[in-house]
Design a protein. Structure first.
Length: 661
């Protein structure tokens, strides 16, 4: 009986997932579909799958299926009410009519349903944060000081959250329904065609034989895989299960191998052209086109991965490590010959974004382009060969072969649609819960008060304000996904940066960077924990090693907060100068962090070189004129000291040899 219940649950989840994917494709194709209807259906599908995929009681399947079936029906009802009564709800807003009992009941029911779905599908901590904000919205009039607000009517609160586009069906849910789901579905199609393995093979073919080649390949593979993932944990598990054992085998210690993978995978959310879901939310919140955000994020992402690559190289040279053997690596030539067509979907995506098409249209065309990859795939060509061979034997056998292969294709398509929807559940539910949090912040006016608190505590100094925003983002990241973390911080804290003169793009990019870095920042660092599990080592050691290797990643946001030219904003001369100075600063900081460049450094050398790198974070020619000469002098000193050491070693060897003879 229990097996039948599990099969029934699995069948229902698969059917709903496929219907959800087909509906989202229909919504993307039919741009006339109203936004509120699309979001309501999106929430209904997400809640249904969240309850089906995460049972109430794993040890009591019969009781669980009864409870979860009821929750699924209620989740569908919450979304279906908006869809079926959409015309009346629009007229009610225009004529300022009161809510009906059904509006109030379903709106009040929607909040605990979403919080419970969040607890099951995302994390308990995010659900607790959402519940705390809801309690604050209802108890605010009875509090004191900066926490007090005057919003008292529960009916107004429910109406604001449920019947407007400022709460549950607000910007976070809209981004998930419009952009994010399509890109996750695109990733599912890419994974079905084997693109992930192709990128992994290319990365190892490019860097595998270099010093510390496995670790360098991990950096390259994670940056590639990040363009089709956008999730730090998924990136860590997807590439780390293969790269971490090879990094350990090449001579690195387990905790270092895990830290390299966790750091590299975290950067995948910052790597264009497919960044994390937070980037799509940023485009919606700021009004900046997604393609412009990608262009601005490109150079900081290259700095991020360049610093990681350089520090891994310096660690390998210092430890005397070598690359992998040729027999252990895929042939780069053969890999490109066999799979060069797999780059087509990414090329299509970049082309459509660059030509000014909407993100939705670009994602849709990219999904369609994966069909071309499927047609050119060797397995498809083999299937066509079998069909032709069947027809050569007779019409009946040919039809049978065709039907068999067509059924196989349809089954594969169904599995892809199913996988894409199930991958999207976590993001969709998190965005819906974030909608509640943002709605409460806006409804109560807490966002403005929190921003003023940051301005007060920082004393009007930008550096202290940036530190407070970064700390807020990392603390919230302990219990939230990257997307929910960024949405909350952008609502609460980012306005304080506007007051201190930080431009819109820099302020939002700053918040997003630290939301991503919460994945490797203790005490709750999910990417580091996932990597530690694969490497079979202590997670805390992995966290702190990843932070040490990623020290540049923590400083890059401060660079573009002070100097937006690093985001390619401003005059060409300013942009070039910012890129050059930041590059020199990153090289200096990388060498100072490892304590080695051409040879091992003394503590004084590390302090001076690190100071040179940090001085180039702050804008202005004065700090650059101090930092650049100091960095050049320290690197030259290290180089000549290493040359003298190399010259001295043969002489000492000759003396020892002559004594022996």
């Amino acid at each position: 009986m229990e097996a039948k219940v599990k099969r029934l649950r699995h069948f229902l989840a698969g059917a709903i997932a496929i219907c959800w994917s087909l509906f989202q494709l229909y919504g993307a194709w039919h741009v006339t579909l109203d936004a509120m209807i699309l979001r309501a259906a999106h929430v209904a599908f997400a809640l249904s799958l969240a309850f089906l995929l995460n049972p109430s009681f794993k040890s009591k399947p019969r009781l669980s299926v009864v409870i979860d079936s009821l929750l699924v029906l209620l989740g569908i009802g919450v979304g279906l009410h908006i869809i079926t009564d959409f015309d009346r709800l629009i007229e009610r807003i225009i004529s300022v009519d009161e809510m009906t009992f059904r509006d109030f009941f379903l709106g009040l029911l929607a909040v605990p349903l979403i919080l419970e779905a969040t607890r099951r599908a995302v994390r308990s901590a995010l659900a607790i944060v959402g519940a705390c904000f809801c309690i604050y919205a209802l108890t605010g009039p009875y509090l004191f000081g900066a926490l007090k607000h005057s919003a008292t009517n529960i009916q107004e609160w429910v109406e604001y959250l449920y019947l407007t586009t400022d709460g549950i069906f607000g910007v976070p849910t809209g981004v998930s329904a419009t952009f994010v789901f399509l890109f996750i579905l695109f990733v599912a199609f890419l994974q079905r065609t084997g693109v992930g393995q192709f990128y992994l093979d290319v990365a190892f073919g490019l860097t595998g034989r270099a010093r510390g080649g496995a670790a360098k390949a991990s950096v390259v593979a994670s940056s590639f895989f990040g363009t089709i993932s956008g999730s730090a944990v998924a990136n860590t598990v997807g590439t780390g299960s293969f790269t971490i054992p090879l990094i350990i085998k090449s001579g690195y210690r387990p905790h270092f191998a895990a830290a390299v993978e966790a750091l590299s995978s975290t950067g995948g959310q910052l790597m264009p052209p497919i960044m994390g879901a937070a980037a799509f939310v940023m485009a919606e919140l700021t009004g900046i086109p997604y393609w412009d955000i990608c262009k601005s994020a490109a150079f900081p992402a290259l700095l991020f991965y360049g610093a990681a690559f350089l520090m891994i190289h310096l660690e390998a040279v210092q430890s005397g490590l070598k690359g992998l053997d040729r027999e252990e690596l895929p042939s780069l030539t053969e890999t490109l010959k066999r799979g060069s067509h797999m780059v087509l979907p990414i090329v299509v995506l970049i082309a459509f974004l660059a030509l000014g098409y909407t993100v939705t249209k670009a994602a849709l065309m990219s999904i369609i382009s994966t069909l071309v990859v499927f047609v050119l795939d060797r397995r498809t060509l083999d299937a066509l060969g079998r069909i032709i061979k069947g027809f050569s034997r007779g019409v009946r056998e040919g039809i049978y072969s065709f039907a068999q292969e067509a059924a196989s294709v349809l089954v594969g398509l169904g599995k892809t649609l199913d996988q894409g929807a199930k991958m999207a559940v976590t993001v969709a539910v998190a965005c819906t819960c974030a909608g509640i949090i943002v709605g409460v912040i806006t409804y109560s006016g807490f966002g403005l008060r929190f921003s003023s608190l940051i301005s007060t505590f920082s004393g009007g100094y930008l550096f202290f304000a940036l530190v407070l925003v970064a700390m807020t983002s990392i603390i919230l990241g302990m219990g939230m996904s990257t997307t929910a973390d960024y949405i909350t911080v952008s609502t609460l804290a980012v306005p304080a940066l506007y007051v201190l003169g930080v431009n819109t793009l820099s302020a939002h990019m700053f918040a997003m960077y630290f939301a991503c870095l919460s994945m490797i920042s203790p005490p709750v660092a999910l990417a580091a924990y996932a990597a530690a599990g694969i490497a079979q080592t202590g997670p805390w050691r992995v966290c702190f090693t990843a932070m040490r290797l990623g020290i540049v990643a923590y400083l890059i946001p401060f660079m573009f907060a002070y100097n937006p030219a690093l985001l390619l904003v401003g005059a060409i001369g300013d942009v070039v100068w910012a890129c050059v100075t930041s590059l020199i600063g990153v090289i200096a900081l990388s060498g100072a962090t490892i304590g080695f460049f051409f040879k091992s450094m003394t503590p004084i050398e590390r302090i001076l070189l690190g100071g040179a790198g940090i001085s180039m974070i702050f804008p202005g020619l004065a700090s650059d004129y101090i930092g650049i000469p100091l960095a050049v002098v320290m690197l030259a000193w290290n180089y000549f000291a290493s040359s003298k050491k190399e010259e001295a070693e043969p002489k000492s060897l000759m003396k020892v040899t002559s004594r022996k003879w």
